[in-house]
Design a protein around this ligand. Structure first.
Ligand code: FPP
Length: 254
């Protein structure tokens, strides 16, 4: 099912008036390695500390009006890290799902994964599938975890599937527009992010939600991800309401 932008458009659209907060926040959780290194500890410890921050941020969402939270856990480029860091991260993802599944379910969180599952270990993929199924009836917060995700890879896979539909005669090239392509993206059921936060002081988007963030606001903060807290998240989300989002149009006269 495609997200219906007519009835459920991005927060902030519309004539002048009180600006709603961001409905969909996406986070690039950066700085785990530096957090650990600053303490003279292995990088993996930083990832474990980072994993512990997720629950607090998810829990803060409903009160802030954030219905969708998308977090970048592992990129298509992260495979180039050392074999031991990659293996440690994969094991962390498995343990995280095993440990958190029931809690996420009970808290009304609907979990989805985006990214290419083909390269992931079968046991991890089964856990991901099971968690998606377990939480499929939930609607309090929609948590999307990007795992083996890259924006260019996602658009390429979408284009491939679209080309296949045309080859099969189920679609004509004349029907292809942005909306059609978006129906083939991993995020097809999600609204576009209104706000993208990156921790750790880096001001890059690193191949995260390239298509979907066309009109997102960005917030780059110095805090390392394992130090990121619900109060800081709340401050950023509330400050979003003060931004003037025009989606390429001019400001409406007062
Ligand atoms: C970037 O920090 C972080 C990652 C590549 C992994 C993100 C993973 C987590 C936050 C924890 C696990 C997530 C889940 C969903 C259980 P970095 O290592 O690049 O930090 P650095 O830039 O300081 O080296």
């Amino acid at each position: 099912m495609a997200f219906d932008s007519k009835t459920d458009g991005p927060a902030g659209v519309g004539p002048a008036g009180p600006r709603p907060g961001p409905r969909h926040v996406a986070i690039i959780m950066d700085g785990n390695g530096r957090w650990a290194q600053m303490r003279g500890r292995p990088r993996l410890l930083g990832h474990h500390a980072g994993a512990k921050r997720i629950r607090e941020i998810v829990e803060a969402c409903p009160d802030l009006g954030v219905k969708y939270l998308t977090i970048f856990a592992f990129s298509t480029e992260n495979w180039t890290r050392t074999q031991s860091e990659v293996a440690g991260l994969m094991s962390l993802f498995r343990r995280y799902i095993q440990r958190e599944a029931q809690d996420l379910y009970r808290r009304g969180v609907r979990v989805r994964f985006i990214g290419d599952r083909i390269k992931l270990d079968g046991k991890l993929v089964t856990l991901m599938d099971d968690l998606e199924l377990l939480t499929s009836g939930n609607d309090r917060v929609h948590l999307t975890i990007a795992l083996n995700y890259g924006g260019r890879d996602e658009v390429t896979r979408a284009a491939k599937r679209l080309a296949y539909e045309i080859e099969m005669g189920r679609l004509s090239h004349k029907d292809v527009d942005a909306e059609t392509l978006a129906r083939f993206l991993d995020t097809r059921v999600l609204p576009d992010p209104d706000l993208v936060i990156r921790t750790s002081g880096e001001a890059r988007i690193s191949n995260f939600l390239l298509w979907q963030s066309a009109y997102a606001e960005y917030e780059f903060i110095d805090t390392l991800w394992p130090d990121f807290s619900a109060p800081e998240f709340a401050r950023i989300v509330r400050a979003f309401a003060a931004r003037d989002r025009r989606f390429g149009a001019v400001r409406a006269p007062a």
